[in-house]
Design a protein around this ligand. Structure first.
Ligand SMILES: [Zn+2]
Ligand SMILES: [Zn+2]
Length: 432
């Protein structure tokens, strides 16, 4: 083995099989469920004008102030690799006047996001998300539906023992006086807080609840909680969300410390935590953002959504012993006993693949024994032999690998024989 000259950048990874299969399973199952809940897929750019994220996510957040990959072009414009997908979807929603359609509008987007964070287990600089947004409904039933959908996806993947944490971040009316109250409290305990939290008092006091430092967490146990000072409308909204969730089923825990790291959240916020992961244990999270569309230059339209971290979800599945994919096997392997029959072999192979069978042959002029070993390794269900004798007789040697029984099948009967043995296949390889 050679010493690699180039390696993938820190915080990125090459995703190889079978990890790729597990991730595809996550995406496939999510796509199927999103269809049941009437969501449409949207593909938005992986980079946007930096200003969009600054406006949307908030200048004082860690994401915008420290973690974005920004770059310029010759004209002096500044762009940023997307650190999250909501801003881009909201931008597209406004740009294409999608708010003129009947509400709500439901979208999802799947792809990589980028944040310049210190990499650790479950945290990468390029990470993959399934992002789900519902725009144009203020009603609490929408919150409950979105949260239930998130849990439905995890349930469908077989993940168990997850904790759904729920909180309300209030609105502009109730948050301003609360912020004052919290700042007042934090000033009193300032000496005991970490440096980051001391900075947060000035810039983004609610973010102190995200701090993982034990000393801070201890002091924050006594901190005033937004949930207890919600305005009447926010309180009523939250009560209704809980009632709807009660009807729909997913168990939840109220957690006044869930504040999420983005400025745009209002009212319902939620996180799903997996017990099988370490410090980075949130596998899905989201919330309501009733001012974001307006803040990004659109009409006053409410919205909410969530993102599922594909990397962490996959890790949680792996640690729970969930494969998510089926072991691959091959329908057919064609062995040729004579070098000059390779044209005949590749022609048959081509026909069979066009009939929807997965099929392989040897390209390295291996011996018959070695071809047989290869067929075994690929877990071929059926091996077809093409040799001089067979061609003369107008037949093919066909071996059922499960029973080791071998028989001769006339050329013209081969497809019917295979359909019977392997089940009917869709033509042109269109089967799933
Ligand atoms: Zn309020
Ligand atoms: Zn702290």
């Amino acid at each position: 083995m050679v010493e690699p000259k180039y390696v993938a950048p820190t915080g990125t990874s090459d995703i190889l099989s079978p990890e790729v299969e597990r991730r595809n399973c996550i995406v496939d199952k999510a796509r199927r469920l999103l269809g049941l809940y009437c969501y449409q897929e949207m593909i938005v750019p992986t980079f946007e004008h930096t200003e969009l994220f600054v406006r949307g996510i908030g200048e004082a957040t860690d994401i915008v102030s420290k973690e974005m990959y920004t770059f310029g072009d010759q004209k002096g414009s500044s762009f940023a690799l997307r650190p999250e997908a909501t801003s881009g979807i909201v931008r597209a929603f406004i740009e294409h006047s999608l708010y003129t359609k009947s509400m709500p509008q439901k979208y999802f987007c799947i792809g990589p996001m980028f944040r310049k964070e210190k990499p650790q287990a479950g945290r990468y600089r390029e990470f993959y998300q399934i992002d789900v947004e519902l725009l144009g409904a203020e009603q609490p039933s929408a919150d409950a539906e979105v949260i239930a959908l998130l849990m439905h996806i995890f349930q469908d993947l077989g993940l168990k023992n997850l904790t759904l944490k729920l909180n309300s971040m209030g609105c502009r009316i109730c948050r301003a006086p609360y912020r004052e109250e919290l700042v007042g409290y934090l000033r009193k305990v300032e000496k005991g807080l970490c440096r980051n939290c001391r900075e947060r008092i000035k810039k983004n006091p609610l973010r102190v609840f995200d701090c993982k430092v034990e000393g801070c967490r201890h002091l924050l146990r006594e901190a005033p909680e937004l949930i207890s000072v919600l305005c009447a409308q926010c309180q009523e909204h939250f009560e209704e969300v809980k009632k709807y969730l009660g009807v729909m089923g997913p168990d939840y825990e109220l957690d006044p410390k869930v504040v999420r790291g983005l400025d745009y959240y209002t009212r319902s916020v939620f996180e799903v935590v997996s017990p099988s992961l370490g410090a980075q244990n949130v596998i899905g999270a989201g919330g309501r953002y009733d001012y974001l569309v307006e803040d990004c230059g659109g009409p006053p339209i409410a919205g909410l959504g969530f993102a599922i971290g594909i990397d962490r979800t996959s890790l949680a599945m792996k640690r729970s012993g969930l494969k998510g994919y089926e072991d691959k096997s091959l329908d057919l392997f064609i062995i040729t006993t004579s070098h000059h029959l390779r044209f005949e072999t590749i022609k048959r192979l081509d026909i069979l693949r066009h009939q929807g069978f997965s099929a392989e042959m040897d390209h390295l002029s291996r011996s018959m024994k070695a071809q047989m070993r290869l067929a075994d390794k690929l877990r071929a269900k059926i091996v077809i032999f093409i040799g001089e004798d067979e061609i003369r007789k107008g037949v093919l040697g066909v071996r059922d690998m499960a029973t080791s029984s071998q028989e001769e099948v006339p050329f013209e009967d081969l497809l019917d024989y295979l359909y019977q043995k392997l089940g009917r296949k869709e033509k042109w390889g269109a089967r799933g």
